[in-house]
Design a protein around this ligand. Structure first.
Ligand SMILES: Cc1cc2nc3c(=O)[nH]c(=O)nc-3n(C[C@H](O)[C@H](O)[C@H](O)COP(=O)(O)OP(=O)(O)OC[C@H]3O[C@@H](n4cnc5c(N)ncnc54)[C@H](O)[C@@H]3O)c2cc1C
Length: 394
């Protein structure tokens, strides 16, 4: 038997059965890895999609968002309800805890794709978050006609929850610490132009929340604002961002800094890559470190990571043009690129409404584009932002 015919006895482990982890498994097989491939997931489910949770699932149009994925076809060993609890990166050993207890095993390569967890605010009052299918089903049942819904945070998740809550006849209040919803992501000038979409919602900006206290009744909670105001709510939804799930990596030998620090090929240490919401990667395009909690990042990184494990010397640099979208208040927002704080802005309007925004750097290169209900324009702008010599797009 030649070397080429010898069975591959290596073990590759993928931790995190979300989008990035799923893509990593598929890609490793597609790129010819024939050794043992193990997928470890903390949830009881095979990989499912999260964007529809705040859209079709909340609306009641879908109960499941399972992704097309067949572990048997990929010859995968899948362990669900199992969490990675420790890693020794130098010794290449992973500790996990599952239904059968704790175990430690060796690996030849490891993919870390454990995503992120919603941030909760202080206090013992009930606060719902939206990250898992279970979260979405619980929240959906509570968004009933007349319910007093307080949403903390007017960013992507807050806006999408507010959209559905308003559709369901809830009395919605949104508390946003910044000067406008989405101001951090898009800048105040652009975010201000989208405020009209919040019609019918009690939107309070520059409003900080101190604590969530239990309610006097058996449901809901009381939201205590920094100025002492107390708001009674039947439902409190906290949407103030997420934190990468790195607790289990403390003491692993990997560098942790708002996620797992990886180089521009997604490599965290020899034989170990990190991708998706948990990765903090080097990006020449962004001129520094980039942590992107977007669907496209998790998907693309999962599809392009294989070389970093199979042939690290020749692995290509990973630095695609960032892309995310949001469906809110009957509109589709799509954003490509990475705007700089001092970028010049060009705005398109249709009938007085914001239609598109282009950001340009000091060299007049297009750095980012935002389209409102312009899905057909996405590809050309993504190309324009990504080109080596970016040109303004007509
Ligand atoms: C409600 C919602 C709506 C969204 N909408 C959009 C949108 O419109 N547009 C967009 O671009 N993006 C959107 N996103 C973001 C996008 O879904 C995420 O960026 C993407 O899911 C990240 O994928 P991931 O595989 O990195 O992480 P995840 O999908 O979070 O998967 C990580 C998995 O790892 C598991 N895990 C964690 N710790 C461990 C451990 N120690 N051991 C084992 N398993 C572990 C987790 O339980 C989880 O199952 C949305 C996200 C949410 C929650």
């Amino acid at each position: 038997m030649s070397d080429q015919d010898a069975p591959d006895r290596r073990t590759f482990i993928v931790v995190g059965a979300g989008l990035a982890g799923m893509r990593a498994c598929t890609t490793l097989r597609r790129k010819g890895f024939t050794g043992r491939l193990v997928l470890i997931g903390g949830e009881p489910h095979l990989p499912y999609d999260r964007p529809p949770l705040s859209k079709d699932v909340l609306r009641g149009k879908k109960d499941s968002t399972a992704l097309p994925f067949d572990p048997a076809k990929l010859d995968l060993e899948v362990r669900l309800n199992t969490r990675a609890t420790g890693l020794d990166a130098a010794a290449r050993q992973l500790t996990t805890r599952g239904p059968d207890g704790e175990s430690t095993e060796s690996f030849d390569a490891l993919v870390i794709a454990t995503g992120a967890t919603p941030i909760r605010l202080p206090g013992d009052g009930e606060q719902l978050v939206l990250r898992t299918i279970e979260d979405a089903l619980v929240l959906r049942d509570r968004l009933v006609d007349g319910a007093r819904v307080v949403i903390i945070g007017g960013s992507w998740i807050g806006a999408e929850v507010a959209t559905v809550a308003r559709e369901h006849g809830c009395r919605v209040t949104c508390l946003e610490a910044g000067p406008a919803p989405l101001a951090q992501a898009l800048g105040s000038e652009i975010a201000d132009r989208l405020r009209g979409w919040w019609d019918g919602i009690d939107l309070r900006v520059d409003t900080a929340v101190s604590r969530i206290d239990p309610s006097d009744s058996d449901r809901g909670a009381q939201v205590l604002l920094a100025d002492g105001t107390v708001l009674a709510a039947d439902v409190v939804v906290t949407g103030v961002g997420v934190r990468p799930d790195t607790g289990w990596l403390e003491g692993s030998g990997l560098t942790l800094q708002r996620g797992v620090v990886v180089d521009d090929r997604l490599i965290a240490a020899p034989g170990i890559v990190a991708l998706g919401d948990i990765a903090s990667r080097d990006s020449a395009r962004a001129g520094g470190r980039l942590s992107l909690e977007h669907w496209d990042e998790a998907s693309t990184a999962g599809m392009l990571m294989a070389e970093a494990l199979l042939d690290p010397e020749n692995a290509a640099v990973y630095d695609p043009v960032p892309y995310f979208w949001s469906d809110q208040f009957g509109h589709k927002l799509q954003y490509v690129g990475h705007r700089g704080p001092a970028d010049r802005i060009e705005i398109d309007e249709v009938d007085g409404e914001l239609s598109a925004v282009r950001w340009f750097n000091a060299e007049d290169n297009l750095t980012a584009w935002l389209g409102v209900d312009l899905p057909k324009d996405l590809v050309k702008h993504r190309k324009a932002v990504g080109g080596p010599l970016q040109q303004p797009v007509a």
